[in-house]
Ligand binder design. Sequence first.
Ligand code: ATP
Length: 437
Amino acid sequence: MIDLMQKIVSFTKRRGFIFPSSEIYGGFGSCYDFGPLGVEMKNNIKRAWWDEMIKKHDDIVGLDSSILMSPKVWEASGHLTAGFADELVECKKCHHRFRKDFLKKGKCPDCGGELTKARKFNLMMKTFVGPVENEAAVTYLRAETCQGIYLNFKNVLQSMRKKIPFGIAQIGKAFRNEINPRNFVYRTREFEQMEMQWFCQPKEAPKIFNYWKKERINWYLNLGIKKSNLRAREVSKDELAHYAKRAVDIEYKFPFGWKEIEGIHNRGDWDLSNHSKHSGEDLKYEGYFPHIIETSVGVDRSLFAFLCDAYTEIRGGRTKTTKAAKEVEILLNLNKSLAPIKVAVLPLVKNKPKLVKKAKDVYQMLKPQFRCQYDEVSSIGRRYRRQDEIGTIFTLTVDFESLEQNDLTIRDRDTMEQERVKIEDLIKILKKKLNEQ
Ligand code: ATP
């Protein structure tokens, strides 16, 4: 399984999905950059989530709040007190530090040395605003996007003439000074979250919690995650975060085990009542503090889950290139809406100028409509393989017949079946196949 993890990490680098940050300087602790295909996929995930929230549901509106906020926000939210801290232990010999709950034995996993007693380590990333670096200028990079939503509860309520119940959705970066970032983009210090906060009457909260639990599981299944790799885990009372009355983790079976990708939380009136108390602003609605059901997912974590789920190795080769029989081919069978490239255009051979020109014309015609690639380098079998590897849904081949008939073949990534279609019908046909019409 660890082997699979290494394969996926090297695959994502080789094919332009994810690169280590600051690589030419030797890398920088658990930071990653999303390459040309990674950013397309990330945008597709964010679009799928945004559409799910904003288009599918009647009463959810969007928000984009700032990363830097008044430090008072983090006092009110409980993040600056013990609430948002992990227990840290240090090895007395090699001085490496670890999150206590990640350790299986009471010894240093690196050198076997004795460990110090655990102490609380706050995860907030401190920074200074303005030209003077003193205590008065201290603030924090946000550790979760939802605080910006609570601060704007009243603004949204009033400006959008909303009534309880309604929701606010937001996508944005969050930062945590994780003690042990690990498992590639699973746990990093800078990551992106997609969070939705649903404001409701206290008595409605338990029912709404169950509704969102079901909705969120279905979102992953509809985007192609295998049912056997997904589960919901009820978080036990002693594991609950400081703000939560109830929590369910949606977990994915990663190569390194079952791990959380999303949390559904019943936050009760913790947020609005505390912000009311600390700010002096009355955040009640019709005399009560609305309760909040939250759905919170990491873009990077879910992208990683979608990649793991789609990554398939096929021994012996499916594309029937001469060498393939001995090789392992990779197929990335990502859902249509998540695949970074939808269509690739290939001339059958590259040394026939008429074929090349026709293929390039088709590419130019499709480019404004779909994420496309043009590829003329190496044999047609190899090019099919390259496209399968990055999950391209359709590969179009312009051959000699195309010059006479003004048509081409569409090859389907999953079935490898080829169909001849007229070039004038191409956009309509592709839109239909990609469910984009
Ligand atoms: P964990 O127990 O793994 O530290 P958490 O329970 O603290 O996570 P939440 O605060 O519920 O996580 O955050 C909601 C979501 O944000 C998580 O399900 C995850 O997808 C994402 N997330 C949280 N921390 C990180 C991180 N360090 N790196 C990447 N994504 C993260």
